[in-house]
Structure formats: C-alpha cells, structure tokens
Design a protein around this ligand. Structure first.
Ligand SMILES: [Mg+2]
Length: 229
C-alpha cells in the first residue's frame, strides 16, 4: 500500500487570499481590530496557531473560548470568501491531472495532512471539486502542533481501511519546510513542491527526499512512489 498525505494551501491550491481575508474579518468581528493578521505567518501553520500568533501580535489575551468563536466566525466568512471569483485563486499546476490518475491506482490511498480546520479544508477543496479524492486526513483542529498531525492521519487511515502502514509506505506532499519536517520522525517520504510561498532553493535546504517545481509531470511524480527504503 502507498499512502499519500497532501497539504492543501500552496500544494493543491491557492485560495487567492480567501483564507487570509476570512481570518482578518473574523478577527475584526471578534476583537474590533483591523488587519489583525498583518505580519502573521500563515503558510505551514495550523489555523489554531495562526489565531494564537495573531492574538499575541495584537496584544489580546488568547483564550480557548475565543478560539472556538474565532473558528466559527472564520468558517462563516470562508464560505463567503472562497467562492468569490478571483484571478489569484487557482488549482496548482498538474493537480487536476495527477489526482484522478492516483485515485485510479488500487493500492494508493489519498489523504490530507493540513493545518486547516477540518471544515475550512473542506470549504477550500470544495471550491475546486477536490473533496472526492480525500476520504481521510488530519487537520488543524486535531492538534495545534502540526508535527503531531501525522499520527492522527494514520490512525484514521487504519480505522477506515483496517491496515497498519509503516512510515516507508507514506508520502507527505507539501510546499513548506514544516511539511518536510512532518515526515522525518516517522521515516515517511517527504515530497516538497515549490508552488507555495517557498522557492525550490528554500525547500532544497530542508533536504526533502523529493523536490518538484510543481506537480505538472505526472509520470515523474509516479516514479517517486516506486522508491523503496
Ligand atoms: Mg501549504
């Protein structure tokens, strides 16, 4: 079996700032602070950590119940922001060809490993019709520590399919150094792709097992899956 865990933002798609705008609007609704997300790193972070960092950046006290409220309001705004036509919103190169090919290979299982809240992930993917490819995954509301999300994804996989994979049967595909770091402690394969906010050179410094400018070469991607430890 081969388990592929995909990141969302910068890897499968670019929301054209919909996530950022929805978070900014939620932060304003909650604290009456404009541009609350300004200067806060989004890529590679879990949504919960983004909120926490925004609280710190704006000198407001982080509280769990505030985070729950933020999540609720953010998801409402994301449902509005995501479908808006926007020239900067796009599916990453090659994804529309790659996913159907992978989905047709019997021993390949496609999942998600993302810092997005579960519902946020589904809203973003739904805009591009991509939810059907991903039946399981780990999300930002499972744990705010992205490094711990791997175990959630594998536990869900095992529950769903009754199979227990070894790390060498898992590929983690993402656009940031944090995605690469996720794979390391589990001896999973890291596949870095420079379609997000990091360049190929940036990502190369993190020593991923495989590195692509983008995922438009389906054949080259399939070769990555033939690798053996
Ligand atoms: Mg990403």
């Amino acid at each position: 079996m081969k388990i592929l865990l995909f990141d969302i933002d910068g890897t499968l798609l670019n929301s054209g700032g919909a996530g950022y705008r929805a978070m900014t609007r939620a932060f304003k609704a909650l604290f009456d602070i404009e541009n609350g997300l300004k200067g806060v790193t989004l890529s590679g972070m879990t949504d919960a950590v983004i909120f926490k960092n925004a609280c710190e950046a704006n000198d407001v006290a982080f509280q769990n119940h505030k985070q729950a409220e933020f999540k609720k309001i953010y998801l409402e705004f994301l449902r509005v922001e995501m479908p808006k036509p926007n020239p900067e919103k796009f599916m990453c190169p090659g994804i529309d060809e790659l996913l159907p090919v992978l989905a047709d290979i019997p021993d390949i299982y496609l999942g998600l490993l993302t810092g997005n809240f579960t519902e946020g992930a589904r809203i973003k993917l739904d805009d591009f019709g991509l939810n059907k490819f991903f039946e399981f995954g780990a999300f930002g509301d499972d744990n705010s520590d992205r490094n711990l999300l791997y175990n959630y994804a594998i536990e869900r996989f095992t529950k769903k399919y009754g199979l227990i994979p070894h790390g060498s049967q898992v590929w983690i595909i993402g656009d940031t150094p944090r995605d690469i770091a996720c794979a390391q402690p589990h001896n999973a394969w890291s596949v870095a792709v420079a379609t997000g906010s990091f360049t190929t050179e940036d990502l190369a410094m993190e020593n991923p097992h495989f590195l692509f400018n983008d995922l438009s070469d389906t054949k080259a991607f399939l070769q990555v899956l033939d690798h053996r430890a």
